[in-house]
Design a protein around this ligand. Structure first.
Ligand code: SF4
Ligand code: SF4
Length: 318
């Protein structure tokens, strides 16, 4: 089984749009949306949810009001300011916990002199097993303000792997989170390959460098594609040179395509919506290059910059 994770050092590079097209091009993939803080792959893939499961992680304090004496010690001790004192018509004063602010440290539970605070497991969101026109999709939704996104990413990946095993599929295609934080780490550990999507801007190059450090740390073979490359040929060339100097293959240059938004609005990937546009042709080229490098008989893994891909200026759009 091979797991390919598509990441980007920053948001807004068009990563998810590219994943949707790769999902259309891949042979019987299992799909995973690991961007659990802002999942949106489902907007293009229009899944039918087959199973919904609560995501429970950590604990959250809950005061049993009838046993609270209103001493206020818990509010004094809470370092996250999650407890406030409130007037109580029966006892004169009581305390109330803001569930969103509670970090689940357990201090108030330990020190409450009345033993009036429960500490049950916390529901932080839910995850879904869905069916799409390209295959099963495992995705999730973290509740607003909830923590443990890395843990939820790990859960999504585990479920994608077990789904692939159960259905005899040997490719997992994951839409990774943007950035370099905990959810990205959780997406990359133990993955087989990563495609890093960047764009021709100074921040694109800077953030590509940051995510590549992470990828190197975990020893995941990386390849890069430059999306909207024609918005700045000099910066695309700089990214090419930067990657070549580090032995990172650049597997494609995808031109800016205004139809991408139309495709999203129509709930289609670009390669379905406009299969003959230049961007779709480029995405198919990206998939060909990736397939060639994936382990498992799809071609030889080649971590060297295979060859420079010429950049061409395109005619202005009408
Ligand atoms: S420490 Fe316990 S008894 Fe005191 S206010 Fe908090 S919950 Fe109530
Ligand atoms: S468990 Fe910790 S964070 Fe939550 S209310 Fe109690 S002291 Fe505050």
């Amino acid at each position: 089984m091979t797991e390919l994770v598509v990441c980007s050092g920053k948001g807004g590079t068009g990563k998810t749009s590219i994943v949707a097209s790769l999902a259309a091009l891949a042979h019987q993939p299992v799909l995973a949306d690991c961007d659990v803080d802002a999942a949106n792959l489902h907007l293009v893939l229009a899944p039918t949810i087959a199973r919904t499961t609560p995501f429970v992680a950590g604990r959250r304090a809950v005061i049993r009001a009838e046993e609270c004496t209103g001493c206020g010690l818990c509010a004094e001790l809470c370092r996250f300011d999650a407890i406030e004192r409130v007037a109580d018509p029966v006892r004169g004063a009581s305390c109330r916990i803001n569930a969103v602010g509670c970090e689940g440290c357990g201090v108030c539970v330990h020190f409450c002199p009345a033993g009036a605070i429960d500490f049950p497991p916390a529901r932080c969101g839910e995850w879904y097993l869905s069916e799409t026109r390209f295959g099963p999709l495992v995705h999730a939704n973290l509740d607003t303000g909830a923590e443990n996104s890395g843990k939820l990413v790990t859960l999504v990946r585990e479920q994608a792997r077990s789904t692939a095993a159960a259905r005899g599929r040997d490719l997992i295609l994951s839409d990774g989170p943007p950035g370099i934080g905990c959810p990205v780490t959780a997406s990359l550990t133990g993955a087989d390959h990563t495609l890093l999507v960047t764009e021709p801007s100074q921040s694109g190059l800077h953030d590509l460098g940051r995510v590549l450090e992470l990828v190197d740390h975990f020893g995941v073979p990386a390849q890069v594609c430059i999306n909207k490359y024609d918005l700045s040929l000099p910066l695309s060339g700089a990214i090419d040179a930067w990657c070549a100097g580090r032995g990172i293959p650049v597997v494609g240059h995808i031109p800016f395509e205004p139809l991408t938004s139309d495709a999203q609005m129509a709930g289609r990937s670009l390669v379905e919506y406009a299969p003959d546009c230049e961007a779709s042709v480029a995405i198919r080229g990206v998939w060909r290059e990736i397939s060639r490098r994936l382990p498992g008989g799809r071609g030889d893994a080649d971590t060297r910059c295979a060859r420079p891909i010429p950049l061409v200026a395109r005619a202005p759009r009408p």
